[in-house]
Design a protein around this ligand. Sequence first.
Ligand code: PLP
Length: 386
Amino acid sequence: MHTESPTLDRLRQRQSIKWRAYPADVIPAWIADMDFAVAPCIRSAMEAVIDRGDLGYPQSYAEAGLNEVFCARALRQYGWSIKPDQVEFFSDVVQTIHLALLTLCEPGDGVIIQTPIYPPFLSAVEETGRRQVHCPLTQTSAGYRMDLAAMAQAIDARTRILLLCHPHNPTGRAYTREELEGLAELVLRDDLRVISDEIHADLMLDPRPHIPFASLSTEIAARTLTLTSPSKPFNVAGLCLAAAVFGSPALARAFNHLPAHVRGGRSALGIAAARAAWTEGDDWLAEMLTQLRANRDRVASFVAAHWPRVRHTPPEATYLSWLDFRDLGLSEEPQRYFLKHAKVALSEGPAFGEEGRGFVRLNFATAPGILDEILGRMDQSLRKGT
Ligand SMILES: Cc1ncc(COP(=O)(O)O)c(C=O)c1O
């Protein structure tokens, strides 16, 4: 069970990049993988595949029943009613963002991104030859907010896509219905298509449900491609399976002129894991969220008690804390500072766009004892260094 606390010795045996990218004396708290063990239902489903020697080419996702399973859960979890033929599966969400940018707009078209933002949003727009239209979130004392008036100004005649991150990485914002409705008005007014990355949807820490952007109205659904995956909430990024929900046949048609093979292959273990997660995983998820909420609060109390000049709004979703060290006047970017002086590896703020300069993102999905060690090391380095 995830509540069996992972130990550093055991975690250091992992071969994933989180645990391999830095020397053994560094504690990694960067990339968005969790340190908890896999959910027992996922583990059994994968063991059953291996016991059967069933690692040949898998049947299609639909034949494997994944479309139905996904839709049933969307209804249960978010009250979101979608049909199995609206759902397609891919290898991962970032791949699907690239494919969507290639098919849903033209080279040179504008794509709205709300910085600071998960770095592959920036590179996906760049690498597909589309144009970044930066609409930064505004930092307020209550956390980050969208500036819709500034967004309306930034939209020009060739702005075609809103690349939405909801809940938002790195700020941990889970937008309210009112905020989403304001955004939806702009989307309709400017005839935008929306690629809505909702991979963190199941990681709501605030006691309110996630609202899929496409669930706002039929007009919004018709222009929205929603992307998600079991990889974040169930911690199975290495199994490579993502889901895409096409809000209208027109959207699916625009996308589907792609050759089938650029969608990537199917993973027998990924299919088994996703099916188990979406049918039997919710009790495990609920328990894990309790641990994440406690960790979120642990970070917040630590920051309030020890670092009064560090700005931090506890995330409403995700397991990521976005920490603003600008007022400390550190001698270098905080990511480099903490790597060198605290032996803690965080995600570097500037990778999330210019607005991230002076910030770091801390992944708190670990055992409370390891989190204490991370915060303690950071604190000690600040006491010595400033
Ligand atoms: C917002 C967001 N989208 C996508 C991903 C990655 O998803 P995938 O591994 O399916 O590409 C992450 C990973 O942290 C993420 O935070």
